[in-house]
Design a protein. Sequence first.
Length: 215
Amino acid sequence: MNDTPAYGLWMLVVFNSAIFLMFAFSFFKPQTARDWRTFGAFAAFIVALFVEMYGFPLSIYLLSGWLQTKYPNLDLLSHNSGHLWSTLLGEKGDPHFGALHIASYVFLGFGFYLLSSAWNVLYHAQRGKSLAMTGPYARIRHPQYVAFVLILLGFLLQWPTLLTLLMFPILLLMYGRLAITEEANMRKQFGAQFDAYAARTPRFVPSLRNEASST
């Protein structure tokens, strides 16, 4: 039996967007213009996601011809149909209990945890006019950007759309460029100290060699 159509729910769009953006804002606490650009790009992704999830399913609409041909029994107005990965992978049953949906919660949870942990370290470092090198910053140089990417990946696993899939690589490029700009500023401010830190600490992906040597 098909579930009830779940689109045109604009109050849910506003509510869910506000909740996730408030969480991200409270953990990230943007201060500089660069921070606001980072947060703004993330906010655009979140709003686009929930507009399609509860407002108007643009991706489903654009793909409707192909989906109806490939999956003739698929109810395109069903909320479950928006979980396109489950449909494309041929999964049966409620997609909310599928492996990808559960994995999305892991990405989201760890992303928000990393965002909060990194901001706490960065806040105290900025107050003391020192270089952030402890906590998540001891493993990677840009844990906050990595946290945002993990959150975005979590949402993409849960509810992929054409717009967010297009936005994702653009955001990766944007965060990469912001990280390089940030490092140039840190190099000017901290000089050799930052160079030594950068030499032993990867930019985005923790080094297994460093993990092994620290145990």
